[in-house]
Design a binder for this molecule. Structure first.
Ligand code: FAD
Ligand code: DLZ
Ligand code: SF4
Length: 512
């Protein structure tokens, strides 16, 4: 019996469930298809990264003696879709059945559900057990009667994995969550470590030329591409991170500095999401560094929390709430996405820098995504659909299962508080405290109102006033509402007028 094993671009793990129990006569199919590169117009770097990683993964399977049928984007006859390429592969090989690992995105899962009938062969869809919490585990967690909070979920995952747990069943160091020790401002005297560069080999160079030719009009740039695209280089990058950057990741996780897009962050998300690294091995490397005395607890715990806490929780919410989660808009936000999200042309320096980093690297770190770009979208009341699309396009680690809950639930509060306990709204003071952006900005972060005032300041108070009723009942926001209520009404009116004037003059994004 010959079975076709179809491996998607975000399933590049040798141990992915669809590749288990391979028989010598089985064929592995991989396909570069135009539909996946253009259902949103992904950043050029993301397409190049994935195509190159896919080609290297296929080569590594061939070295093992596995038969791989690889369809390149410019192969004659490429139909441009997963279903089309499956049909063509069935004509090329005598196939008795298809084996796949469940898709990461609802859109593709729907497609998969139709394959058996459409292709007329048995289709086995296997769980993606690279995630530590299965759909069933997450559903069980939701039924425990505890509020659906990331913190509760995270603790249950710590107990289950045993990561950073002491012998008495208590968390290492006595505290579950050292978030409060992850928020130091980065002193000027601290220099982030220099990163290794992975020079493009011939395969990557060919892909870069292909992407430039076919998708050169998509957002972003390709020059300077030096990201790992093989399992071996991904492991080397993880090793480098744990040795050189993890120790500083603890204290400076929330810090931002102009011209330093990576700081002490791992920069591993795209490698983990496409399968070149597993979350488990990343966590184990960080935990080992802690036990060997090479990384402090606030660093190892912070890193493990992001992976077994946030990442797994986010995915659980996505599958629990789909379909329909992307339609949520509890705050009734309708403003179009401003043009500067694509051009970077704005005189708000923090936004200009964050969009510029995103355009150059298909990457911005978490606090830029959350507290600069996301905070702006929340305060300005940008339509959640357009925000979702932007985040899905621009980051090399973006897949809907992780992008959508972060946008809908975390930054926009568009699910009414299902995911986050309060809106992540902040004035310019937060950005000033955590970065040096304000030093290079034409606006004055200390002023709340008037032509020189930092727009985040009046937008923040306008947001609080706009959603006063809803926010007053949230214990984590009550103080802001009380401060607003104590302000002179004329002052509030002036602040709101500044906000309206500012928002009304923002040009909306055209086609990108
Ligand atoms: P580090 O700061 O080194 O963190 C370590 C790892 O933890 C990351 O590699 C990532 O795998 C995981 N992680 C951290 N925070 C989150 C989170 N909130 N959700 C899920 N995983 C997390 N992450 C994506 O992988 N893809 C996305 O499309 C994506 N979209 C986002 C959109 C918004 C609006 C926000 C606020 C966050 C988004 N994130 C997304 C989460 C996070 O910003 C990125 O995972 C992180 O910036 C990647 O950089 P890093 O690898 O250097 O992470
Ligand atoms: C993101 C992406 C892109 C740009 N191209 C491909 C591709 O050509 N072939 C492929 O198998 N996967 C690609 N991907 C990743 C898929 O979009 C991803 O596997 C699904 O979204 C998961 O549901
Ligand atoms: Fe951003 Fe305001 Fe600071 Fe300028 S002053 S960088 S707009 S927070």
């Amino acid at each position: 019996m010959t079975r076709l094993r179809f491996v998607l671009g975000d399933q590049l793990t040798r141990d992915v469930s669809s590749l288990r129990d391979l028989a010598p006569c089985d064929v592995v199919l991989m396909a570069e298809v135009c539909d996946e590169a253009t259902y949103v117009r992904h950043h050029q770097r993301k397409i190049a990264f994935l195509f190159s990683a896919m080609r290297h993964f296929a080569d590594a399977l061939r070295v093992e003696g596995i038969t791989v049928d690889y369809v390149a984007l410019d192969d004659p006859g490429n139909t441009g879709s997963f279903t089309g390429e499956l049909r063509r592969a069935l004509q090329r090989h005598g196939i008795d059945g298809l084996v796949v690992t469940e898709a990461g995105e609802w859109r593709v899962a729907e497609m998969m559900a139709g394959w058996e009938e459409m292709l007329g062969i048995p289709v086995e869809i296997r769980d993606d057990d690279r995630f530590l919490s299965s759909h069933r585990d997450f559903a069980r967690f939701g039924r425990t009667g505890q509020p659906l909070l990331m913190e509760n979920f995270y603790r249950s995952m710590r107990r289950r994995t045993g990561y950073l747990m002491a012998a008495d069943g208590e968390p290492e160091g006595g505290q579950w969550n050292l978030d409060a020790e992850n928020r130091a401002r980065l002193p000027g005297s601290v220099t982030p470590p220099e990163r290794p560069a992975f020079v493009p080999d011939l395969v990557t160079q060919e892909v870069l030329a292909l992407v430039s030719q076919r998708f050169g009009n998509h957002f972003g740039r390709l020059d300077g591409f030096d990201y790992p695209v093989t399992r071996q280089d991904a492991l080397a990058y993880l090793g480098w991170f744990v040795r050189e950057a993890l120790p500083g990741f603890g204290a400076y996780q929330d810090a931002m500095r102009q011209g330093e897009p990576l700081l002490f962050h791992s920069h591993l998300s795209a490698l983990i999401n496409c399968g070149l690294l597993t979350a488990t091995e990343c966590c184990e490397a960080a935990v080992a560094a802690y036990h060997d005395g090479e990384a402090p607890l606030n660093a190892a715990e912070g890193f493990v929390r992001q992976l077994i806490g946030w990442r797994e929780f986010i995915r659980g919410i996505y599958w629990r709430e789909m379909p329909g989660y992307g339609e949520r808009n509890e705050l009734g936000a309708t403003r179009p996405l401003p043009d500067f999200f694509w051009t970077g042309e704005t005189d708000l320096n923090c936004l200009r820098q964050s969009v510029g980093d995103t355009r150059d690297n298909a990457y911005a770190h978490h606090i830029q995504r959350l507290m600069v770009l996301g905070n702006f979208c929340l305060l300005a009341g940008i339509d959640p659909k357009t925000v979702q699309e932007w985040y899905l396009v621009v980051y090399h680690d973006a897949y809907e299962w992780v992008e959508m809950p972060n946008v809908v639930g975390v930054i926009l509060y568009a699910d009414g508080g299902l995911l986050a306990t309060k809106p992540y709204a902040a004035s310019g003071n937060y950005i000033h405290r955590m970065s040096n952006y304000c030093e290079h900005c034409r606006y004055d972060v200390k002023q709340r109102q008037g032509a020189e005032a930092c727009p985040f300041n009046y937008l923040y108070w306008d947001f609080v006033a706009r959603h006063r009723e809803r926010l007053a009942s949230n214990p984590r926001f009550r103080q802001a509402v009380q401060t607003l209520d104590r302000m002179d009404p004329d002052r509030v009116e002036a602040i709101r007028r500044d906000a309206r004037n500012f928002l009304d003059q923002l040009p909306a994004a055209g086609d990108y």
